[in-house]
Structure formats: C-alpha cells, structure tokens
Design a protein around this ligand. Structure first.
Ligand code: ZN
Length: 269
C-alpha cells in the first residue's frame, strides 16, 4: 500500500480509502476488507456474496459497512458480473429500493444520481472506482483479466461522458486485487494481453516454464488512459489480495473458498 491509501477503522469495520477521493466533500467511497462483519469460517467476517451465505448475514454486513462509510444502505445498485465489458447506467428510480441488481451480464455501473450507491464485487479481480467531481458523475467497475483485455474501464469512461463527465476531470481509484507479484498466467492469456497492450505491458517470465506474470494494475491504468483519464488522476492502491489474504479475500489463494469484497461509491444528497 502507498501513501495515497489508508485503512480507516470505524466500529470494527476496516475500509481501504483513497485519500484524493476522501478530499471530495460530497463523495462517499470505500473498498471493503475482511474485517468488521459477522460472517464465519471461510467467509469471515465481511462477506458480501449471497451465493455463499444467508441473506440475513450479508444484510448485517451491508448495514455495518454502509454505516461505517456513510453509504446509502437503502439505495444500492449492484453489478451481477459475468466478466463482460458491459457498463450500464444506474437510474434514479432505484433509490429507496434497497439493493438492486442492475441488468444481467453487467460488470460496470455509472450514475449521476445523488444518494444512489454503486457496488462492484471482487476477490482478486480489479475494482475501479471513478468520479468526475465537477460534473458529479460516478462509476464502479469489476475488471478481471477478461474485462481488462476488453477495456471495460474505457467503456465506463465513455458512459460517464454520455452523462456529462469530461475525461480530463475524472479521477480513478484502482483497489485491492491480485498483483504483478502473484498473477501468473499461461501462454493463452499472455497472448491476449500482448494483443491488447503490446509493448506497453511487457511479458515478465515467471518461475514456471511457459508462464508469465501479468500486471493488472498497470494494464487497467493503460485502459483508463486510453479513455482520456490523466495519469496523475489514476490512483493505484498497490494492495495484492493474494499476498495480503489475511485482510482481503483471494480467489486464487483459497481455491475459491472465500467471500466477496466490494468497491463502493456514492454522492451525498
Ligand atoms: Zn502478490
């Protein structure tokens, strides 16, 4: 972790915060950790996936996380997530309806609605939070390796621009996810990255023959820059979920026996 990010603790809930986002008065945001919820076992203790645990447990985790971070518990838009590059707008009618999954096969959400929270789920994949503080447009994106290669971050920027945002004003926070230290891929996946990024993301050999290490953080930075976001407006937490599996859920480290983290963002009403 670098100086741009810090862990905030409130009532036992530990949340990773991006300092430049915290400086925007009307903005509420946070990347969850495993700390502060009531989940048990492999999911301890702040799991947000109802595929894994009962609704009641996940409800309580949301209640605690939203209270700790000033997020609108009663108005949250969720991505359903199937490793697409589809980004949808979360509209005002979702406010007051609790947690709503927006569409099918959606991996990114944008909105200009104040008082509506956007949620994306991860556990090694890259969560990206976006804000244009002038136009007051926000976004939340789940970018796994397929989404990264497909450029979902850039598609989110385009959807924000359609709502009045300007790329040069957009700030991006790249949250906890599997790092270049731990994301080893086979030749087929490396080839996809070569095609998408070419020399901008050089292949780094791993210890295993024929395998390479991929830097998803830099790859997503390039995707956002291709969308017109300034390099100095992209803040990478540089927190590896695999290495820091004690504090974050890691799909790879646990072979899938894990809960789900969230990236969350909302504008105050
Ligand atoms: Zn690592």
């Amino acid at each position: 972790m670098n100086d741009l990010f810090y862990i905030q603790e409130s009532e036992g809930v530990q949340t990773l915060k991006c300092r430049p986002f915290e400086e925007i008065p009307f903005l509420r945001h946070g990347f969850s950790t495993k700390r502060g919820g009531i989940s048990r076992g492999d999911y301890a203790s702040m799991n947000f996936s109802t595929n894994k645990e009962s609704q009641e447990i996940v409800d309580e985790n949301y209640r605690r996380f939203c209270a700790a971070n000033g997020l609108p518990l009663e108005s949250l838009a969720l991505t359903q997530q199937t490793h697409t590059t589809c980004v949808r707008e979360a509209e005002g009618f979702l406010k007051g309806k609790g947690r709503t999954i927006v569409g099918n096969d959606v991996d990114g959400l944008v909105t200009k609605e104040q008082g509506l929270g956007l949620i994306c789920f991860t556990a090694d994949c890259v969560p990206i939070l976006l804000v244009d503080p002038k136009a007051k447009v926000i976004g939340a994106v789940h970018s796994g390796w397929r989404g990264t290669v497909g450029g979902i971050g850039k598609k989110a920027i385009e959807r924000m621009v359609a709502l009045g945002a300007e790329p040069q004003n957009i700030l991006a926070a790249i949250g906890p996810s599997i790092g270049p230290c731990s994301f080893e891929v086979g030749p087929e996946v490396q080839k996809e990255f070569d095609t998408a990024f070419g020399g901008r993301l050089p292949a780094v050999p791993s210890d295993r023959a024929g395998h390479t290490m991929v830097d998803l953080w830099s790859a997503n930075e390039w995707v956002l820059r291709d969308g017109g976001v300034a390099k100095e407006h992209i803040f990478k937490a540089e927190v590896c979920t695999f290495c820091e599996h004690a504090l974050y859920y890691s799909h790879r480290y646990t072979n899938g026996r894990r809960g789900s983290l969230i990236g969350s963002i909302a504008m105050e009403e």
